[in-house]
Design a protein around this ligand. Sequence first.
Ligand code: FEO
Length: 388
Amino acid sequence: MNKIELKHGIYYVGVVDWNLRNFHGYSIHKGTTYNAYLIIDEKIALIDTVKAPFAKELLARISEIVDPEKIDYVISNHVEMDHSGSIPEVMKAAKNAILVTSAPSGLKGLKAHYGDNYQFKEVKAGESLSLGQRTLTFVATPMLHWPDNMVTYCPEEKILFSNDAFGQHFTSSKHFDDEVDILQVFHDAKGYYANILMPFGSQAKKALSVVEGLDIDMIAPSHGIVWRKYIKQILELYQLYADGATEDIALVIYDTMWHSTQHMAHSIAEGFDRRGTKVLLMGLQETALSDIITEVLTARYLVIGSPTLNNNIMPNVGALLTYLKGLAPKGKKGFAFGSYGWGGQSIGLVNQALEEMGVAIIMEPVKINYIPSDIQLEELESKVAAIK
Ligand code: FEO
């Protein structure tokens, strides 16, 4: 195995999960990575582990550098199983290691997942651990995105081990931002924030204010590439995301039965185009929810259409609205639309869901009976084009 050194004596020992396409319900297109880092000093520290099925690969990577038995500390920045799953195997190999975790939520989480047969060390926000030449300082980032989350900063090396923050579901045999397609990485970082961190904007802002006070020349997250060239850019993007900043972009998202709601969606898209707004038309039968959510993060307009099915909305639209409600997007404007045969309840239900999630309604719900005529479609387009 090729040894990957971040800085002298600090190694990447994570794994690439090339074939993963569903990350607890979040569709990803090219797999992900579970990043772990090994620091060789007077004391040896492993920062985070990997998902359980990859424990052997992690230990093999470590063994290329040092006998795992010599590890003194295993730092668990976050209990979620993609990072903690290999703790039992690692602790079996690193017989004398102390498991370092945040107080109190990290300890509670680790015990709930793996029992209490380990030597634990609980650390509080701002606490430090000396490895000899280097120090590890722990920065609490609660609810970014679990209560236990923390990040680990090494001031002597100016590296922030940021766990999920600044991560991306991006895979490559390369591990640094200046070695890969950076536009793809930025897109995947946006998708990651949108699908995992969007509800936690205020916590992200607090974490960013702490990070801004640190002297950093490398951010080593637990998914995707390590940031060393584009640190300023990813911090700026996170600030915009945490602020809920939007661009003049409209998402027209719909499901359709016999194309009537689809025709309405196209007219609405034409209307936004006429008013100079960038528009993305997204059919729910063709587009993964996670890809839609990536665009929701920075879009200003959220327009959702459903025909009426059994006096209700289409199941795909229900799934979208449920996902959106949990992610609680901020600063959106929008309206509901759809065709119907008789009851026509779907359009009102979508409108109600938009209102409940805090979307500012900018147009009365648009309902068209059966098949929209050319005149109705032109009127709809003009109405959207005239939105102030
Ligand atoms: Fe990558 Fe919250 O685990």
